[in-house]
Design a protein around this ligand. Structure first.
Ligand SMILES: [Zn+2]
Length: 315
């Protein structure tokens, strides 16, 4: 993988991709397979509830950047964190940095943040931009979201995730669409983080419509209470997604249940099966996940209305 550069600058690998593309799963697999040896891993979530760090629990030198999306409102925090890593790199034997961006980040904004800082410009070099593309939902995201296109266009490597679950003809068309958007990127496929085959043969790319400027996707937080019942919550969440599913692109939260802490998440209209989190946070870097808070990423979502809707439901 990347190693120390002749000019002494620390290589930075940016791992991005749209919400739900499977960045944490892929990165976890890469780390356990020995990639990015001696790298510091920085995880940036768009919302302030750190959950991905639980999934990356065993990564050494894990830093959580919880000050907002690193390409926009969290830029200053990213610069400060990278400056700190540069200062410690020699003493701590850090050979490079991997940044897992939030699903809302445009890698170009992160590159601009590094290039625009006089200290980092001398000490960090962007080694590679890796964008993950959801093999199941990627075509819809490219059609609807200009951010998804920007992420694909900025990549040196495009990683198609969930390749084993996707229909092969659809995957071939998605691959062709990506090659049209970004003819110079290397395209590879994975399934649950492990390498997978790309479909053979030529396919017609999807026609991507012109996109009007849309309101940006922003995180919204909802206190649901540590003891919120899972049944009530999932019913309310399903109703919300039926009503506002086009605007709510992602939901993540942790609730306490008699069985343990339950991680709840949705991608678009689909609520994922809940996942029981490990009972303790020993060995987990960064702050523990906040139990009883739901984070929604969406457009034009009013936090007060959200709160009232949940209370009315009986939360
Ligand atoms: Zn951003």
């Amino acid at each position: 993988m990347t190693s120390a550069r002749a000019d002494g600058r620390l290589p930075l690998t940016i791992v991005g991709g749209f919400l739900g593309a499977g960045k944490s799963t892929w990165l976890r697999h890469q780390l356990s397979a020995g990639a990015f040896a001696d790298h510091a891993v920085v995880v940036n979530e768009a919302a302030e509830t750190p959950i991905d760090n639980l999934l990356l629990a065993r990564a050494r030198r894990l830093e959580t950047l919880a000050a907002g999306c690193a390409c926009c409102e969290g830029r200053a925090a990213l610069v400060a964190l990278l400056r700190g890593l540069c200062d410690r790199a020699w003493k701590d034997g850090i050979a490079g940095v991997v940044l897992e961006t939030s699903g809302l980040a445009d890698p170009a904004g992160i590159a601009a943040a590094v290039a625009g800082d006089p200290v980092l410009a001398r000490r960090i070099a962007i080694a590679r931009v890796i964008s993950l593309v959801d093999g199941l939902n990627g075509a819809l995201q490219l059609a609807a979201e200009s951010l998804a296109r920007a992420q694909a266009e900025a990549a040196d490597t495009l990683v198609l995730t969930k390749a084993g679950m996707a229909e092969q003809s659809a995957l071939a068309r998605l691959t062709a669409t990506l090659r049209r958007l970004n003819p110079v990127a290397e395209v590879v496929a994975t399934e649950r983080g492990a390498p997978a085959r790309l479909p053979d043969g030529a396919a017609a790319p999807y026609r991507l419509p012109e996109l009007a400027a849309a309101a940006p996707i922003r995180p919204r937080r909802l206190r649901i209470g540590a003891e919120a019942g899972w049944a009530a919550l999932s019913t309310w969440l399903s109703a919300l997604l039926v009503a506002r599913g086009d605007d709510v692109v992602r939901v993540k939260g942790v609730v306490a249940t008699p069985a343990g802490r339950l991680l709840i998440q949705s991608v678009r209209q689909r609520v994922q099966p809940p996942e029981i989190l490990p009972p303790d946070d020993a060995g987990v870097a960064g702050p523990p996940p906040e139990v009883g808070t739901l984070v929604l990423l969406g457009r034009g979502i009013d936090e007060d209305l959200l709160e009232r809707s949940w209370r009315r439901f009986g939360g």
